[in-house]
Write a protein that binds this ligand. Structure first.
Ligand code: HEC
Length: 166
């Protein structure tokens, strides 16, 4: 896990310069997105716990990926509809949020990892990626290399959690 943290931290420094905030209603430049695609508007959205209105997993479970201990995934309405329809490419605006609880067994998230599709096309490069855990930011931009590698090549475009959500 330490190795993952180092890789993620390095990449965040490389990519941080290329990120966009913005003033569109949902943040960033993707007005039709279910989840904002810029750090400040996204953090405000998370603070308001708006993602808790999304379809979600039944409860925290250990991440099968490098996502810091226990996690709960939420999928936005556009992503939920697309997955339910059996699509393998999702519409612009589809997104997912994962609450990160770490390994301490706490009940409040100490971080979030997020993606949302911000432009037409297939694949992880058409998504905005964000991750923040325990005060450190590891991703904040479109086509973040640190996230795209693992989240590419699956049959559901970028989605790695089992669907229907468990
Ligand atoms: C080493 C592989 C790996 C990397 C790197 C990775 N992920 Fe994941 N991610 C996973 C796996 C596996 C899951 C499935 C759920 C779980 O077990 O955590 C997942 C799940 C997610 C989910 C929940 C929705 C879904 O598709 O299941 C989000 C959101 C997410 N990751 C965002 C990110 C972001 C943002 C980054 C970059 C900072 C990133 N991931 C980097 C492996 C990875």
């Amino acid at each position: 896990m330490r190795r993952f943290s180092t890789i993620l931290g390095f990449s965040a420094a490389v990519y941080a310069a290329g990120c966009g905030g913005g003033s569109a209603s949902r943040g960033g430049d993707c007005a039709e997105c279910d989840v904002p695609n810029g750090r400040s508007s996204l953090e405000a959205f998370l603070d308001r716990a708006e993602h808790r209105g999304f379809a979600k997993e039944s409860g925290p479970h250990p991440s099968a990926g490098p996502h810091f201990g226990d996690v709960v995934a939420y999928v936005s309405p556009k992503l939920e509809e697309s997955l339910a329809g059996g699509n393998t490419t999702h519409p612009v605006g589809a997104g997912a949020v994962k609450e990160l609880f770490g390994r301490g067994g706490g009940t409040e998230p100490i971080g979030y990892t997020v993606y949302v599709k911000v432009r037409q096309g297939a694949g992880a490069e058409s998504y905005y990626w964000y991750e923040r855990f325990d005060g450190n930011q590891f991703a904040n931009g479109v086509a973040e290399g640190v996230c795209v590698g693992c989240h590419s090549g699956g049959e559901d475009e970028v989605v790695l959690s089992p669907y229907p959500l468990e």
